[in-house]
Design a protein around this ligand. Structure first.
Ligand code: SGN
Ligand code: CA
Length: 546
C-alpha cells in the first residue's frame, strides 16, 4: 500500500477533482475483488487442511491452484462467516458493512437501497474508477451506477451458464460463450482499460459459478468422469433423516429427494428411472427441466453435452436403483458437475492473476477471493445453504497484497462479511464517510499478521427469510451466536416450534448432537446473554425478542 503522495488529495472527491489532483494509477492500492456464488470451503484445496469436520468427502484429484496461490502469497481467513447465508443479503452486507436488518436487504426478493453508504461509492469519491461485472443480484431494476459503480455489465437475476444475457448501460445484450469465461474476459478488458484510465481502481468480478444448476463448460464435460468422490461421513439417505429435528428434515435441500431429474441431475425426459425419488409437492414439483440451460447451447454443443452424460444416464436408467444407491448416485452426479464449474472458475482466476502480472499491477493490487456464502456438499445429506450450520455459515476469504500481507498468513480470529467494507477502506487509506453506519471492523491488522488490541469474541448471524414467505428450500428463519467453540441458534418461527440448538464444535465438528437441554445452564445463559447483547449492539429488533 502506498501513501498518497499529493497533499491536496485529502480524501474528499470534490476537493481532489476540482483541484486537479485526482489520484493516478499507482498512487493508491487497487482492489480486485473476485466473488463467486455458493463456493463451499471444502471445494478449495487451500482450506482442506484447516476446515475440519469429522466427515470425509475431500475431493479426489480436484484442485484449485489459482485460488490457493492467494493463500500461499497472502492470507487465508479460517473462521470467516456470512451474517445471512443467501446471495443478495450477503452481497448487500459486503457493500455496506452492515447486517441485513440494517441495510434493508433481508432476502433475495428485495431491491437494494443505493442511497445508503457503499464502500464502492466511498472509493469512487476518492477518485477510484469502479466496476461491477458478473452476478449482481441486488435488484434487476437497480442501476449499479447508483450504488457507486462507474461501469457495469451484470447478469440478469441469477443469469445463465450458457450464452448469458447481460445488463449494461447500453441495454441488455447476449454474449456467446460460457458465463465464467465471459465474466473473466470482460474483467480483463476492464483491467486493460484501467491502465489507460490511469486511476486506482476497484473491480468487482462476480462469477455465477458454482451456483445451481451446476452446468460445466464444454471443455470440462469429460472431467471427473468415472471418479467416485468420497461420500461425507454424515451423508444421509432416505432412511436416515429422522435423527434431525423435523424442521431440518423438512428442508427441501435433501440430495436424496429434492434434486430435479432434468434441471439438477441432467436426465433426459423419458430417461428418468421409475424409482426416482422426487419429494417435491404441489406446484414446486415442476422440474424446470433440461430446456432452460441446454437449449441455449448451439445444436452442436447440445449434442456434445448430451453425449457426455449419455452412458451414465443409460446405466442409471437401466439399473433403476433405490435407497442408498440412488442417493449416492445423485451425490456423485451433483458433486462432479459442481466441481467442474469450479475448475473453470479457478482457471479463469489464473487468467486474471496473469493479466495483473502482465499489466504490472500485481504489486499494488489487493486481490481477494471470496464467495457469497458456503454450501453443503452432501454433509447431513444436503445441498444449498441458508443454515447457520458450519458449511453454509462459513465463507471463504483469501487475499494477497505484496508487501502488506505476509505470505502464508493464517487468520483464525472470528471475521464476517460485514468487515469487508471497512477493511477495504483501511487498505486504500480511505476515511469512513460520516454516517456510513458500518457495523463491521477492519481486519487489515489480522491480514498483516498483527493481533489487534480488541477483536470480537463472538459472531452474530440472522437468516432473515421467513419460511412462510419464501419457501423454495423450506429453511426457517433463525438467529444465533458463535464464539469460536459454541454455537447457539434459535429457530423462532412457529413452524420450527421456537426451537433452540446448541453445539460444541470442538467436540462435535459436524454439529450432530444438540446439547441445548443437557449443557450446563450457566453456559446456556452466558450464550443467551451474548446473543442478546449482540442483537442490541447491532440494533436488530427483527425476529423473536429475547
Ligand atoms: C435459485 C435456486 C435455489 C437457490 C436460490 C438462491 N434454485 O432459486 O436452489 O437456493 O437460487 O441462491 S434454481 O432451481 O433456480 O436453481 S442464491 O445463492 O442466489 O441466494
Ligand atoms: Ca449464493
Amino acid at each position: 500500500m502506498r501513501k498518497r503522495q499529493i497533499g491536496c488529495c485529502v480524501g474528499l472527491a470534490g476537493i481532489s477533482l476540482l483541484s486537479g489532483c485526482e489520484p493516478k494509477l499507482g498512487d493508491r492500492t487497487n482492489i480486485l475483488f473476485i466473488f463467486s456464488d455458493d463456493h463451499a470451503l471444502k471445494a478449495i484445496t487451500a482450506y482442506l487442511d484447516d476446515f475440519k469436520t469429522s466427515a470425509s468427502g475431500t475431493p479426489t484429484g480436484f484442485e484449485t491452484p489459482n485460488i490457493d496461490r492467494l493463500a500461499e502469497e497472502g492470507a487465508i481467513l479460517l473462521n470467516n462467516t456470512c451474517c445471512n447465508s443467501i446471495s443478495g443479503p450477503s452481497r448487500a452486507a459486503v457493500l455496506t458493512g452492515k447486517h441485513s436488518h440494517a441495510n434493508g436487504f433481508t432476502n433475495n426478493s428485495k431491491s437494494f437501497d443505493p442511497d445508503q453508504f457503499t464502500f464502492a461509492r466511498a472509493l469512487q469519491e476518492e477518485g477510484y474508477s469502479t466496476a461491477m461485472i458478473g452476478k449482481w443480484h441486488l435488484g434487476d431494476k437497480l442501476d449499479p451506477r447508483r450504488a457507486g459503480f462507474d461501469d457495469y455489465n451484470v447478469l440478469i437475476n441469477q443469469g445463465t451458464y450458457y450464452n448469458p444475457e447481460f445488463r449494461t448501460p447500453e441495454g441488455n445484450k447476449t454474449i456467446e460463450g460460457y458465463s465464467t469465461d465471459i465474466i473473466a474476459d470482460l474483467s480483463i478488458d476492464w483491467l486493460k482499460d484501467a491502465k489507460k484510465r490511469n486511476r486506482p481502481f476497484l473491480l468487482m468480478c462476480q462469477f455465477k459459478a458454482p451456483h445451481r444448476n451446476w452446468q460445466p463448460a464444454m471443455e470440462d464435460l469429460e472431467l471427473f468422469k468415472g471418479t467416485q468422490f468420497p461420500i461425507p461421513g454424515d451423508f444421509r439417505d432416505t432412511t436416515q433423516f429422522s435423527s434431525l429435528p423435523q424442521y431440518v428434515q423438512d428442508a427441501r435441500m435433501r440430495i436424496d429427494g429434492y434434486m430435479f431429474p432434468g434441471w439438477d441431475m441432467k436426465l433426459r425426459d423419458g430417461e428418468v428411472p421409475s424409482n426416482y425419488l422426487n419429494l417435491y409437492t404441489g406446484t414446486d414439483q415442476k422440474d424446470p427441466g433440461v430446456t432452460l440451460e441446454q437449449n441455449r447451447l448451439s445444436a452442436a454443443d447440445r449434442e456434445k453435452y448430451w453425449a457426455s452424460y449419455e452412458e451414465e444416464n443409460k446405466k442409471f436408467y437401466s439399473e433403476n436403483p433405490t435407497g442408498r444407491k440412488q442417493a449416492e448416485w445423485k451425490y456423485q452426479r451433483y458433486i462432479r458437475d459442481y466441481l467442474r464449474t469450479i475448475v473453470a472458475m479457478d482457471r479463469n482466476i489464473g487468467r486474471l492473476l496473469d493479466e495483473l502480472d502482465k499489466l504490472g499491477l500485481s504489486k499494488n493490487t489487493l486481490v481477494v477471493y471470496s464467495s457469497d456464502q458456503g454450501f453443503f456438499l452432501g454433509e447431513k445429506g444436503f445441498y444449498d445453504k441458508r443454515w447457520m450450520y458450519k458449511q453454509s455459515f462459513s465463507m471463504p476469504f483469501l487475499a494477497r497484497l505484496p508487501g502488506v500481507i505476509p505470505a502464508g498468513t493464517k487468520v483464525t480470529a472470528l471475521t464476517q462479511n460485514i468487515d469487508f467494507a471497512p477493511t477495504f477502506l483501511e487498505v486504500t487509506e480511505t476515511k469512513i464517510p460520516d454516517g456510513a453506519g458500518i457495523q463491521g471492523q477492519s481486519f487489515l491488522p489480522l491480514l498483516k499478521g498483527e493481533t489487534p488490541a480488541s477483536w470480537r469474541d463472538a459472531l452474530y448471524y440472522h437468516f432473515t427469510e421467513s419460511r412462510a414467505v419464501e419457501s423454495e428450500h423450506y429453511c426457517p428463519a433463525h438467529y444465533g451466536v458463535f464464539d469460536g467453540r459454541y454455537k447457539l441458534m434459535r429457530f423462532y418461527e412457529p413452524v420450527a416450534g421456537d426451537s433452540w440448538e446448541l453445539y460444541d464444535l470442538d467436540n462435535d465438528p459436524d454439529e450432530e448432537t444438540n446439547i441445548y437441554n443437557t449443557a450446563d445452564s450457566e453456559l446456556v445463559n452466558q450464550l443467551k446473554e451474548k446473543l442478546k447483547s449482540l442483537r442490541s449492539q447491532y440494533g436488530d429488533t427483527t425476529g423473536a425478542a429475547l
